[in-house]
Design a protein around this ligand. Structure first.
Ligand code: NCD
Length: 322
């Protein structure tokens, strides 16, 4: 799956998955992303790195944060960006995906940012585009969401510094979560001490130990002494059958409250990729509390996506090579 991400000179060409990427490479993305965030005012300035390049956002699923931050990131890099409207496109007239792709390529597009409900969609696109076109995965089914994982680990790094001593709990619907899969790969590659996957049996995959995460079915135990808590949404649109009695019951067992937070490390941060369902995975008071870094994750999405797009397009960057 990963070979397709690199060209013959071992340069990143497509960004499809975290699985298989090396630690130094993840650290390089973090370093480039951090370099885009100005140290004085935490704002991101416009740079001419992708001037003359065209990026097309190809989102077959709804998105607020991911689509918008990809667009802002491309604009900050001075690329021309097109948000392709799938619903108003010829795909509704029966045009095949590959035909649609080749037609868009004929318009001299350099990069497609792809979100699709099918696992493997971004890989499929990478296999079918011409050699000079780049694909970035913005979430494929239940498989991976690699830029989300990178913005999550950047946020963790900004708060915690070193990854090695950390305990991280990922809570909720891990079975259907591309965010969780990518994040578990990233955290284990970066060498965090402990990754816990916390949720009801029906929402945890059975290969967790192979991924490097330990399953917990009790929230109290799962978050005890952890440094980072990542809450996930119940992804009903990806559930093929009723895996939960009710949202109310789920909240009783796995919803995060202020009093539960006391069981984590006193400096623990709370994260969520969004969109949040307040009162289902966490209370509003947790979502808005000082330990919540949820909006910082959103902001970091811009710098991380700039880094990934710049690296994939092969522009020279003034950070040390690994
Ligand atoms: C996630 C996604 O779409 O995978 N959201 C996001 O990209 N910020 C998580 C979700 O939908 O729950």
């Amino acid at each position: 799956m990963n070979n397709i991400q690199f060209d013959n000179n071992r340069r990143l060409k497509h960004f499809i998955s975290i699985e298989g990427l090396k630690r130094d490479f993840l650290l390089k993305i973090l370093k480039v992303a951090q370099s885009f965030i100005s140290s004085q005012d935490h704002k991101i300035r416009k740079v001419p790195l992708l001037r003359g390049k065209t990026v097309i956002n190809l989102f077959f699923e709804p998105s607020t944060r991911t689509r918008t931050t990809f667009e802002i990131a491309a604009k900050r890099l001075s690329a021309d960006v097109i948000n392709f409207n799938i619903n108003a496109s010829s795909s509704s007239k029966g045009e095949s995906l590959t035909d649609m792709l080749h037609n868009l390529e004929a318009m001299h597009c350099d990069m497609f940012v792809v979100r699709h409900a099918s696992s493997g969609a971004a890989h499929f696109f990478a296999e079918h585009v011409s050699p000079d076109t780049h694909i970035v995965n913005a979430g494929d089914g239940c498989h991976e969401h690699p830029t989300q994982a990178m913005l999550d680990v950047l946020t963790i790094q900004q708060h915690k510094g070193d990854f090695a001593p950390l305990r991280v709990a990922i809570v909720g619907d891990i079975l259907h979560s591309r965010v969780a899969r990518s994040l578990i790969h990233a955290l284990s590659t970066l060498g965090v001490m402990e990754i816990r996957a916390v949720g009801p049996k029906t929402l945890l995959p059975n290969n967790l130990e192979n991924l490097g995460a330990h399953p917990y079915h009790n929230l109290h135990e799962g978050i005890r002494d952890v440094d980072v808590i990542v809450m996930l949404r119940l992804q009903r649109e990806r559930m093929s059958s009723a895996l939960l009695p009710s949202e109310h019951e789920y909240f009783q067992q796995f919803g995060m409250t202020q009093s539960l937070l006391e069981e984590a490390h006193p400096d623990a941060i709370v994260m969520h990729p969004g969109p949040i369902n307040r009162g289902v995975e966490m209370t509003s008071s947790v979502a808005d509390c000082p330990r919540s870094v949820i909006l910082q994750q959103v902001s970091n999405g811009i710098a991380v996506r700039m880094a990934v797009m710049a690296i994939a397009m092969g522009v020279p960057l003034s950070v040390p090579e690994y």
